[in-house]
Structures are given as structure tokens and as C-alpha cells.
Design a protein. Structure first.
Length: 432
């Protein structure tokens, strides 16, 4: 039996409104991948976990161009551009890259990036669901890790990580440019000894076991990189998801337990984290009392890497003569039934929630709720609700056009933690 877990957390939720009732219904799944425990999600561009950036040969005098954009509507990350020959360097017959061809890469997970990457030690490789406008382009590579290869010398002294060809030709048979396919890249296809100019393998993992990715490297895949390199031409790659595949969940649990040294110390499960550079885990929206004739209003703004800012005003509902409400919520329930299914962890062994947040008013009407159960005596209200007391707060400035104290990046000292045991929640609460 696993040890009890002290709490779940909604991290860095800056509660700045006059009422907060956070609704968290049960999780649902969209597809078979979500139910396959041999797959571990690395990235999903319909709701990105990480921040991606591009880097290319223009910094060394090249003229290639490349971009990486995320289209949440289509749920894809698009890596596109044109790779060109490098101009000759002074005193050299070729450019900076052998054989004189430029490059661009899209990457995420720099060593200063706090976003979490999964442990893939028990997995067989990486799987990308993708399509391309040019199945014939042969210059795609996949890379991960920060170890320095032996070939990283001279102009390429900053090169890092394992590389493998991202081969699309075999997946293109009978596939149109508008169809997505799964492309598997086994970890055995990666090597640490590759040509720094072209990215191609000099000595493979099969040739020398020292070239194979280590368990240490697979336990943290950062940085993760997609290259267009070694071939001139136009490229346009669309990626929906990146998974680690062929994973052994039983072995992974044993390895993680061993990493903890068999410690019985309580753990925490992240339910939501608004401070992630790639944005929160789930989509959040507001619902206010105007649905029943009220005059309250609110908005929620996600400042990536910092917090969620929930701001608004609650007013008396004219017809009911009672205070109204404003809510920020996530998950498919009620008004949010048309939204994207939310992803929630199993917290059945937990003792309650912890909220890390702060308030810029001294309002005392904050609540949290979760679930959709309805108590027998309730008319419209559903779910379990608890009062949220004890958040750090400050008196709002009375000066007109004054700058809110949450403007810009906040220090950790400005946030506090409130613990809400499950015993403090009830499904029978005052609907007024």
C-alpha cells in the first residue's frame, strides 16, 4: 500500500478577484493514447507543456530562415523555413558547416527552463505524430540532452546532445500532405558521435555502446530539439504530439521508488500549475452571475511563468437581492461542457488541497469547489465546496490609475499557502 500523500496543489494561483470558486470535475479522455500506459506524454501542441524557440545559421553569417509557431486551434506546432548554403568564410572554401549548408532548429527545455520533462528510462524511444508539406525533405533530425559530443570542437564547440535522423520517407507511402502519421525514433537510433556540420551519425549506438543514450540522459530529455540541417530546401513540418513509447510503467514505478530511497515522506501531486512557462495544464474560463440577471463581472489572465490573475467585482443581484458571484473554472461540466476535456490526476490517496496564492484585496469570500455531485436538498448547486481563508492580502490602493501590486513578475515571498483538507468540503452548502 502506497503511503498517503499530504496534498495536491494548485500552484501560484494569484486570486485577485472578489470571489473565487474553482470547479474541478472528473477527468475524461479524448483518445486511446490517453489510456495507453506504455506511452508517456512529452509534448501536446493542442495544450503546450513547454515554450519553444528557434535558433539558426544567421548568427554565423548564414541566410537560412526558420520559424516555429503553435496553432492551438489546430493543435499543432509548425516548424517551417528554408535551408540555404552558407556563404564561404574568409580563408575557407566552404561555410561554417560542412558541406557548407546552413541549419535551423526548434528547441525547448533549456537548462534554465523550470518546466518538467518526463522520465523515459524504461521507454524504447520517441514517437512524433506529424505531417509535412514536403515528404521528400531529408534533413530532419531529432535531438535531446546536454552532454557534449566529441565532435563539438571549433565552430561547433557549443553543440550538445544525442542526435538521430527523423526519417519521413518510409512513413510517406500513400500518405497525403494533409494526413498525420506516427514516426518512431528508437533510442538505439540516437548517437553521441555525429557530424557537427551535417548532423549525420559518424558512429552509431550499434557500433559503440558508448554512443547510446544513458539512463541519466533519458531521465530528463531537456533540451529537446528538432533540426532541419544538412540539406538545402524548403521544409514545413507540423507536429501534433510527442510521446515516449514502449514504456514499462511497473519498472518505472520501481525505479522512481528506488530514486527516493524507499522514503515514506509524503508527496505532492500537481493538479494545476499556472507558473509553467508553457502555460497551465488545463484551459480556464470565467462564469459570472449575469447568467441569472446579476451585474458582477470578472476575467482570468494567465501570465505564463508567473500566475493566473483572476480579477473582477461582485454586485448584488437585483431580482434576488443577494450578493452575486464570479467563478474561474476548468473541466467539462455545465457551461463548460463544450470545452476541451481537462486532465486531472488520481488524488484518491490524498488528504486535501493546497493553494499557493495571494489576494490584492481584503475580501473574505473566496471558495474552492470540485466535482459534480449534487446533494439531495440542493436546487441547482453541485460539487463539494470549501471556504478559502488565510491567503496573504494587501489593501488595494485608492489612487486612481495606480499600478496593481501583481504587475510584473512576483517574488515567492508575496505568495502564501492555504491547506484545504477534504474534510473541510461539503456538498450541502448555502446556494445564496
Amino acid at each position: 500500500m502506497s503511503p498517503p500523500i499530504s496534498s495536491t496543489r494548485l500552484r501560484r494561483c494569484a486570486l485577485l478577484a472578489l470571489l473565487a470558486a474553482v470547479s474541478i470535475p472528473a477527468a475524461t479522455a479524448d483518445d486511446a493514447e490517453a489510456d495507453d500506459d506504455t506511452l508517456v506524454l512529452v509534448e501536446d501542441f493542442s495544450d503546450p507543456l513547454h515554450v519553444w524557440r528557434t535558433f539558426g545559421d544567421p548568427h554565423m553569417g548564414g541566410t537560412s530562415d526558420g520559424s516555429f509557431t503553435v496553432d492551438r486551434y489546430e493543435g499543432v506546432g509548425r516548424f517551417f523555413g528554408t535551408i540555404k548554403e552558407l556563404p564561404p568564410r574568409q580563408g575557407s572554401s566552404i561555410g561554417s558547416g560542412s558541406p557548407g549548408i546552413g541549419f535551423f532548429r526548434a528547441e525547448t527545455g533549456s537548462l534554465t527552463d523550470p518546466s518538467v520533462f518526463p522520465d523515459a528510462r524504461t521507454c524504447e524511444g520517441l514517437r512524433l505524430k506529424l505531417r509535412t508539406e514536403n515528404w521528400g525533405y531529408q534533413g530532419f533530425l531529432l535531438g535531446f540532452g546536454s552532454m557534449r559530443p566529441k565532435s563539438a570542437t571549433g565552430s561547433f564547440s557549443r553543440a550538445r546532445g544525442y542526435r538521430a535522423d527523423l526519417i519521413l520517407a518510409s512513413a510517406a507511402n500513400g500518405v497525403g500532405t494533409d494526413e498525420y502519421v506516427d514516426v518512431d525514433v528508437p533510442f538505439t537510433a540516437f548517437t553521441m558521435e555525429w557530424n557537427a556540420g551535417t548532423g549525420g551519425a559518424i558512429s552509431t549506438c550499434a557500433d559503440n555502446v558508448d554512443n547510446c543514450p544513458t539512463d541519466e540522459a533519458k531521465s530528463d530529455l531537456r533540451p529537446l530539439m528538432i533540426y532541419a540541417k544538412g540539406y538545402t530546401g524548403t521544409f514545413d513540418l507540423r507536429v501534433k504530439t510527442i510521446y515516449a513509447y514502449g514504456c514499462d510503467p511497473v519498472a518505472m514505478a520501481a525505479m522512481q521508488e528506488a530514486d527516493m530511497g524507499g522514503s515514506d515522506e509524503p508527496e505532492e501531486i500537481i493538479v494545476e500549475d499556472f507558473s509553467r512557462p508553457g502555460g497551465p495544464i488545463n484551459e480556464w474560463a470565467v462564469m459570472n452571475d449575469p447568467v441569472m440577471g446579476g451585474k458582477s463581472h470578472s476575467s482570468v489572465e494567465i501570465e505564463r511563468g508567473v500566475a493566473a490573475k483572476f480579477t473582477g467585482y461582485t454586485a448584488v443581484v437585483p431580482k434576488l437581492k443577494v450578493p452575486g458571484f464570479v467563478t474561474m473554472a476548468t473541466g467539462k461540466s455545465g457551461r463548460f461542457a463544450k470545452g476541451k476535456p481537462a486532465a486531472f490526476p488520481d488524488i484518491s490517496n490524498c488528504e486535501g488541497f493546497e493553494i499557493e496564492g495571494r489576494s490584492d484585496t481584503q475580501y473574505t469570500g473566496y471558495y474552492m469547489s470540485f466535482g459534480t455531485d449534487k446533494a439531495p436538498k440542493m436546487h441547482h448547486g453541485r460539487g463539494y465546496k470549501a471556504r478559502v481563508d488565510g491567503l496573504p492580502s494587501s489593501v488595494a490602493s485608492t489612487e486612481e490609475n495606480s499600478t496593481p501590486k501583481w504587475a510584473g513578475r512576483l517574488s515567492d515571498k508575496e505568495f502564501g499557502t492555504v491547506t484545504l483538507p477534504f474534510a473541510s468540503f461539503s456538498s450541502y452548502w448555502d446556494e445564496g
